[in-house]
Ligand binder design. Structure first.
Ligand SMILES: Nc1ncnc2c1ncn2[C@@H]1O[C@H](COP(=O)(O)OP(=O)(O)OP(=O)(O)O)[C@@H](O)[C@H]1O
Length: 806
């Protein structure tokens, strides 16, 4: 019975909490409003002070005019005229008397607090203590009001007499004394010990002084000094009743223990002492760094020509404006109170059916999903809730419920429930966000919004490669477009180049328009966007050569990464005549990796793995998307090199596990709902939506501007497919044919692996060269595990043989 009542209580508590949270109104003033309101308060405070002050001298003369208040023709002596006289009469004569001055100070102080945006808690304290002091003083001054009627005001006088009637004059004085003691004890932490200590020390000092025979004058000075600490506590209480005293000035018993400032100031104290200690001062002489010759030259060049500007060639390039992106009507998150209540009740009910009590529940509404964070009662096993995933989904009748138990870094369990009406996260809203616009990342990407509706921006350079997977139609292509759009809005054509691989042939075609601005391609190819699988192999190998070249350049420049290298190049410390050049980031995008790996297998996997392993430092980043997240597509070697992964909705738990190493992607709701991981936590995001017409407008805007003469050219790669024929034409032979022949003849060993090692070739190419050597009669035929026989005895004979062929 009692159990049930507690449960019921808990349920009602759980019901009440999120409601209160959601409905809580907030009155926040903007900085301009704060300035206006604050300065108004300051002016009112000053005016009040002037009125009160002049009322002391002119109050009597204004009395007759005040009795005729509405009459404007009356002559007022108060410096703030009619209103000043009236307000002063109200506060001083009819109110608290002279202590009312404190109110003018409090209003002034409030103005300062509002204008400077200081802590409101402190101001509240000032008001409470200030008002108490006004009342106390006004009662005290009430003793003298019949002589000087302005002193305690009517209220002070009346209250004083009220107390006198009941507890007499002495009682009232004692009551006021009690008020004073209570004030000192509470506000300044004065205790009985303070007074005892004060008394003892005074006594001791007095004794010492008498014993040492000091003269009267001196002893009194010493007593005064020793008293300072405690006396100041009491003295200061009267001196500055409206202001918080600086805790470091006084003694340790004075400051408010709750104040955080205190801790910081206590920490600072020893520091000051060390600096002031004369013996500890040490002169540190720093040796000047020698300027090397190249530095000198570089400095001079920078002085003469300024830093190298990679954007100079397209210095008039204009970044696409925000207007090219569409604004949606239903962007703002709307709170459906009914839906929230309903879901919450169902969660509570379902869990209580399984005897799981909840001590609190909180809702965070995102664009597509609402996260209900629950704190279960003590002693409930997390796995029990995790196992109820399907039951909760069933009772909520919702498509994909994801349970996060526990939420990393929090002591709560999360239940993500899709909203009935999801809101679109427009690309415009994420690009326009401060987070993206002010980001100092090397390759910032605005993916979309998190569950708490914050824009999610990550650095592709830090990922450093991205794997995107999801069933067809769940938002992969939109996701890729969001990545490319982010980079187009942030990076100049000189700073980043894209290598686009699009086996589907239709997804990335729009980017053809920016070929000469942003795309990179192989020297001999016509189209920059690669749609042919065989060309992909060449491009990947070419990127590997680019990678090797870049590493060589970095090594010669003594730099560890592209950022350092480019900074050095901009500072003109690297000579272009030595082969140095400004290096743009290269982003390789493959839309449909499954297709590639199915047709080309290892030939694609190997260079991709090599790039993924090594290319991060030299600014080549890979983004690979696939709609078939099976283990033969996303192989172990690929997975190991792509720590950053995005999963859109997939159809099975196995697929989810292949991408994310865990379930979750199968519970997404599609249309850009995604999970992002960079190796540890999973973050649920709503991908920003960028439609084809928007991409078209952006690429058209960029394409219409002045461009480079050609797309960025990648290094030439001599494909292996050229020399596959066995009855080879001499002209079709591999470029390395002669070199290979010389190696084989010199070593007198006809093996492909020798060529692989010496010429750093892939197995396929080395095998083909061996075939060509066989056709030319340089090596014998295939003999199983044994190396082929070499038919040419030495290099002279080889020369003759090749000469005769011509
Ligand atoms: N972030 C998003 N917000 C809203 N709707 C989206 C979002 N992403 C995708 N969609 C919707 O889903 C549809 C399919 O998206 P998309 O073309 O990107 O899927 P896909 O995974 O690339 O499919 P496929 O693999 O067949 O190319 C879009 O036309 C759009 O209507």
């Amino acid at each position: 019975m009692t159990k049930r009542t507690t449960k019921k209580k808990r349920t009602t508590k759980a019901k009440a909490k999120p409601k209160a949270k959601l409905k809580k109104p907030s009155f926040k003033l903007s900085n301009q409003q704060k300035l206006i309101f604050g300065s108004l308060l300051i002016i009112i405070g000053v005016l009040l002070f002037i009125s009160f002050l002049s009322f002391i001298f002119t109050g009597k003369e204004d009395q007759s005019a005040l009795s005729n208040f509405p009459d404007r023709s009356e002559d007022y002596k108060n410096w703030a005229s009619q209103l000043g006289a009236w307000v002063s009469e109200l506060f001083i004569t009819k109110g608290f008397g002279i202590p009312s001055f404190i109110f003018s100070g409090l209003i002034f102080l409030s103005g300062v607090y509002v204008t400077l945006n200081l802590k409101k808690a402190k101001l509240r304290k000032h008001w409470i203590w200030g008002t108490l002091i006004v009342i106390w003083l006004s009662i005290l001054l009430g003793f003298f009001t019949h002589k000087y009627d302005l002193l305690g005001g009517t209220i002070g006088f009346e209250m004083n007499h009220f107390f006198q009637d009941y507890i007499g004059k002495i009682g009232t004085i004692l009551l006021l004394l009690f008020g004073l003691i209570a004030y000192l004890a509470i506000r300044f932490k004065v205790t009985g010990d303070t007074f005892v200590g004060l008394f003892n020390r005074a006594k001791k000092d007095l004794k010492d002084n008498t014993a040492s025979g000091m003269d009267q004058e001196e002893s009194s000075v010493i007593v005064d000094n020793s008293l300072t600490e405690e006396a100041e506590v009491i003295k200061s209480a009267f001196e500055i009743p409206l202001e918080d005293k600086n805790p470091t000035i006084g003694n340790p018993s004075k400051p408010d223990s709750k104040s955080e400032d205190l801790k910081i100031e206590v920490d600072e104290k020893p520091k000051e002492e060390t600096i002031e200690e004369p013996e500890l001062k040490m002169e540190v002489e720093t040796s000047k760094e020698e300027v090397s010759e190249t530095d000198n030259l570089a400095d001079k060049l920078v002085e003469d020509f300024g830093q190298f500007d990679p954007t100079l060639e397209l210095s008039n390039y204009q970044f696409p404006p925000l207007d090219l992106l569409k604004k949606y009507d239903n962007e703002g998150i709307s709170i459906d109170q009914e839906e929230l209540e309903e879901n919450k009740n169902r969660i509570v009910e379902t869990l209580s059916n399984y005897k799981i009590g909840i001590s609190s529940i909180k809702a965070t509404i995102g664009p597509t999903v609402t996260l209900y964070e629950i704190v279960p009662d003590a002693g409930i096993r997390i796995s029990k809730i995790k196992n109820l995933e399907d039951d909760i989904a069933l009772s909520l009748a919702a498509l994909g419920i994801r349970i996060i138990a526990p939420i990393p870094g929090k002591g709560t369990i999360g239940i993500e429930v899709p909203n009935k009406n999801s809101t679109i996260v427009s690309m415009r809203s994420v690009i326009a966000s401060q987070k993206f616009q002010q980001s100092k990342m090397q390759l910032p990407i605005a993916f979309g919004k998190t569950i708490s509706n914050e824009t999610f921006v990550v650095d592709l350079a830090k990922m450093p490669h991205l794997l995107m997977a999801g069933a067809t139609g769940q938002g992969k292509s939109v996701g890729l477009n969001a990545v490319l759009t982010s980079l187009l809005y942030k990076k100049h054509p000189a700073e980043v180049k894209f290598v686009l691989v699009d086996p589907k042939k239709v997804e990335l075609t729009l980017f053809n328009k920016i070929e000469r601005h942003y795309l990179a391609k192989l020297p001999d190819s016509e189209d920059a966007i690669i749609t042919d699988n065989t060309k992909v192999i060449n491009t990947l190998n070419s990127l590997c050569i680019e990678m090797d070249n870049r590493y060589e350049m970095l090594k010669n420049a003594f730099c560890r990464n592209i950022a350092e290298y480019n900074a050095k190049f901009k500072a003109r410390k690297l000579n272009p005549n030595d082969g140095h050049a400004f290096l743009p980031y290269i982003v390789l995008v493959v839309d449909e990796f499954a297709d590639l790996i199915m047709t080309a297998g290892k030939e694609v996997e190997t260079p991709i793995a090599r790039l993924a392993q090594l290319a991060r430092a030299i600014g080549i980043h890979l983004i690979i998307a696939t709609q078939r997240p099976s283990v033969n597509v996303i192989t172990g070697i690929i997975k190991a090199n792509f720590p950053a992964r995005i999963a859109f909705r997939v159809t099975s738990k196995i697929d989810s596990r292949t991408i994310l190493d865990g379930s979750g992607a199968d519970q997404l709701i599609g249309r850009g709902d995604m999970l992002y991981t960079q190796g540890n936590d999973l973050i649920r995001l709503q991908c920003a939506f960028v439609d084809t017409p928007e991409v078209e407008r952006i690429t058209e805007f960029i394409g219409a501007q002045k461009a480079y003469p050609d797309a960025h050219l990648l290094p030439e790669y001599v494909g292996e497919e050229g020399g596959t024929n066995l009855d080879i034409d001499i002209s079709d032979r591999d470029k390395l044919f002669r070199e290979a022949a010389e190696i084989i003849v010199t070593a007198q060993q006809g093996s492909a692996s020798l060529l692989q090692r010496k010429l750093k070739l892939g197995y396929n190419r080395a095998g083909r060269i061996i075939d060509q050597l066989e056709a030319a009669g340089i090596v014998g035929s295939f003999e199983g595990s044994k190396a082929r026989q070499v038919l040419v005895p030495d290099l002279v004979a080889l020369d003759q043989l090749l000469e005769n062929e011509k």
